[in-house]
Design a protein around this ligand. Sequence first.
Ligand code: PAF
Length: 296
Amino acid sequence: MQVITTVKEMQALSKKMKAEGRSIGFVPTMGALHEGHMSLVRSSINDNDITIVSIFINPTQFGPNEDFNRYPKDHKGDMKKISALNVEAVFLPGVAEIYPKGFSTFLYVGGIGGVLCGASRPDHFNGVATVVAKLFNAVMPERAYFGQKDFQQTVVIRKLVKEMNFDTDIIVCPIVREPDGLAMSSRNAYLNEEERMSAVILNKALHYGRELMLSGREKQTSSIRAKMDALIKSAPLVTIEYIEIVGPQYLEKMKDVTFPAVICLAIKIGNTRLIDNIIVRSDEQSAVSFQQREKM
Ligand code: PAF
């Protein structure tokens, strides 16, 4: 497995692979890899001739009071996990390679970049869009793999690809959960024992919300959100940032219960901010169109 640290070398490898007619699958990550990331890597290996994984903790997607400086790092563990799979190369640029001195060209994600997580993290999706565009220009992948756990990010990236004419298919893979339902996230490492126990409330609340939506008894999303709010507040150490029920394509807030919809949550447990979501389809839609991979 090659380790590549410069954009030039990355582009050279990708061009060579393309010239040989080999398809490139790409899994961008910020490291501290867990089973959620590894499921993306496995999907890419399954679908493509070669797979490239990037590890880059992107400073521009963190706000001034966020966890950039203490974001979990596990270089040795990451390399061990990736090298156990059939990955062609790891792209491991430093900050100065991605943002050289004087760098001042950023993408701005209007509209959907300012809702849900974007409301409390105003520059977050600008930073994500900018780095993903730069990584795509370095790797030039046919397909790129993202986890559904960051649902808003997947919508932002699909829009980025469409509006900036990237020739890359975006594949969104299902959320990978711990046995008790907590969505896997590098930030779960911040939780102490008591906080970890409280964190199961996210997934419980999402399933409760889904049941209420499908029950047919609730017509307004406001009453479902209020019931979820009460359930979440019954868990210790929890502060709710938002509970929203939105459309899957444009993230518009839904007033009436309609399908398909996505219930999205952001919650703080102690000092740790966690997000999670569930896609809700009517029973009929689920029967017809349930797929392992979301293509929306
Ligand atoms: O989801 C992540 O890990 C990051 O937001 C990404 C897509 C690698 C961009 O830094």
